[in-house]
Design a protein around this ligand. Structure first.
Ligand code: HEC
Ligand code: HEC
Length: 468
């Protein structure tokens, strides 16, 4: 073979090699692979709904607590996440491969709770239950603060990753030169957008301000409007709530719109939100069962409570109630108004501009107060009221001046005497976050219904509420 022909061959082979490598790198950098789940409950807990585009690569996510150890001494578990065997991430943090495996968020994070019968018993996981121990603000704050920390640099992140799990030459090169620097940069940018979370009041476990995150996703200034922290609501039995004015202030009467705005608030853009998954969630949430009260119920006493509920509560809280699914005006219900004020007409208008190929949002509206809601599974929804300002049902049936002004939240140990999670004493303080009702947005006034009943009537009513 002549020299020139040989050169042509070498060049051709090189070009082919470069082209194949480039195609391979392109594939690896952009491939989008969902993990599929056959079991519906597993799917709810671990499937992606399309928020991973802004999610951190799993390998990096795993070592953030090692890079900033004193910012999260107990690791991710200390934030109240629910870890199950066989999963690299907790319930609600799905992993999807977009280039590399990335950690996202799904509905189960804020809509799956745990309960323990005593401090020594195992945790029961209840799908749809508001998680009493999840410190979501703590999670977001930790990621922002560690992300901005000078120790969160390429060398330290690489060292922590290699310490955890050996890397091949190719992995090391790609992570060091591209993925880690990009993640640090993207994390700082996201941290700047979400920095309102650091300046907000300490929300404590079981609570968050989702609509202010919504402001960020809609390109609005999160500091432009009032903010308000709310308790996570239950996600079971949505069939019965389909056309109710739901969200705490009843700002939307369409279940599918409520489900979609949740995906946007959690970080997906309308194009990235996984339309198939959201349609599956629409159906699945219709069937989530209401958890049964796990302790004994005195049936005779509960029967005495039924007519009291009928007279005092059913018009706003029962299926046949004349005001069920409607909104009680703020001055009539008299509970803390911060959440009511925080949902502003301009936020509603901005939400109503959201469009995707298969859906659009159009019916958010400013309402006049707070929604009259079903009390199904009410035993598992403590602390009570939209802002979680009242630790248990017994306290809710007391006039506001007799409700505790300070209590501890965060424990998932149940208190069957008062119907709520233990909120005072050593177990509560150990797990707990000190909730102060004198802080703006935490007020525990209003909702005087049932507060003037006789003590034995309250006992009967509480027994009846266990059956819902
Ligand atoms: C970051 C936590 C978080 C995530 C993730 C989340 N939610 Fe929520 N969800 C909330 C909070 C908080 C509210 C109450 C909002 C309010 O009214 O202020 C809520 C309200 C709702 C409601 C209205 C319930 C009612 O009866 O008023 C529905 C329905 C809902 N979410 C569905 C979903 C779905 C479906 C997903 C996943 C696509 C999801 N949520 C993801 C925190 C979350
Ligand atoms: C006039 C309508 C009305 C009546 C009557 C009424 N409630 Fe309510 N209730 C509401 C509204 C509105 C809310 C939401 C208030 C808030 O979160 O600030 C609420 C909230 C609650 C909650 C908190 C639910 C949660 O998930 O945190 C409980 C528990 C409750 N009510 C129990 C009762 C009981 C028991 C009675 C009867 C003694 C009663 N209510 C009578 C309108 C009513």
């Amino acid at each position: 073979m002549s020299l020139s022909r040989r050169v042509v061959w070498v060049v051709a082979v090189l070009v082919l090699f470069v082209a194949v490598s480039a195609a391979g790198v392109w594939y690896l950098a952009t491939r989008d692979v969902r993990t599929e789940f056959d079991d519906p409950d597993e799917r709810f807990k671990y499937a992606s709904m399309g928020t991973e585009h802004i999610g951190m690569p799993l390998r990096i996510w795993e070592v953030v607590p090692d890079v900033c150890p004193e910012r999260l001494p107990g690791g991710y578990a200390s934030l109240g996440f629910i870890f199950e065997p066989g999963h690299a991430t907790p319930i609600g943090l799905p992993v999807r491969t977009i280039g590399v495996p990335r950690v996202g968020l799904n509905c189960a994070l804020c809509h799956t709770g745990t309960v323990r019968e005593t401090a020594g018993s195992p945790r029961q996981i209840v799908l749809g239950m508001p998680p009493p121990s999840l410190d979501f603000q703590g999670y977001v704050s930790f990621l922002i603060e560690c992300g901005a920390d000078e120790r969160f640099n390429v060398d330290n992140v690489m060292a922590a990753m290699e310490k955890k799990q050996a890397m091949s030459f190719v992995e090391r090169t790609v992570f060091r030169s591209v993925i880690v620097p990009k993640t640090i940069e993207a994390g700082r940018e996201e941290g700047r957008k979400m920095s309102w979370v650091l300046d907000a009041i300490r929300m404590g476990p079981g609570r968050y301000d989702v609509f202010n995150s919504g402001r960020v996703r809609l390109g609005m200034d999160p500091r432009s409007g009032p903010t308000a922290t709310v308790d996570f609501p239950p996600l079971w039995n949505q069939q019965a709530r389909r056309t109710h004015h739901a969200q705490w202030d009843g700002n939307n009467a369409s279940l599918s719109e409520r489900n979609r705005i949740a995906a946007i608030g959690a970080g997906a853009t309308p194009d990235q939100a996984d339309a198939d998954e959201l349609e599956w969630i629409d159906d699945w949430v219709l069937t989530v069962p209401v958890p049964k009260y796990p302790f004994a119920i005195d049936q005779q006493l509960a029967e005495k409570g039924a007519p009291i509920f009928q007279i005092q509560c059913s018009r706003c809280h029962a299926a046949d109630g004349s005001r069920m699914g409607q909104v009680t005006p703020i001055d009539e219900i008299g509970t803390d108004r911060a959440r009511f004020d925080a949902f502003t007409p301009d936020l509603a208008a901005a939400m109503n501009t959201l469009r995707a190929r298969r859906w659009s949002i159009q019916s958010f509206q400013k309402t006049a107060g707070y929604a009259n809601l079903f009390l199904d599974g009410v035993w598992a929804r403590a602390p009570y009221l939209h802002n979680g300002s009242v630790p248990n049902l017994r306290a809710l049936l007391e006039p506001p001046e007799k409700r505790p002004t300070v209590y501890y939240r965060g424990s998932d140990v149940y208190d069957p005497q008062n119907l709520g999670f233990v909120s005072s004493g050593p177990e509560a303080e150990r797990a707990g976050f000190r909730f102060d009702t004198t802080i703006k947005g935490n007020g525990n006034g209003g909702h005087l219904h049932g507060t003037s009943l006789a003590p034995e009537e309250k006992d009967a009513l509480i027994e009846y509420l266990k059956t819902l």
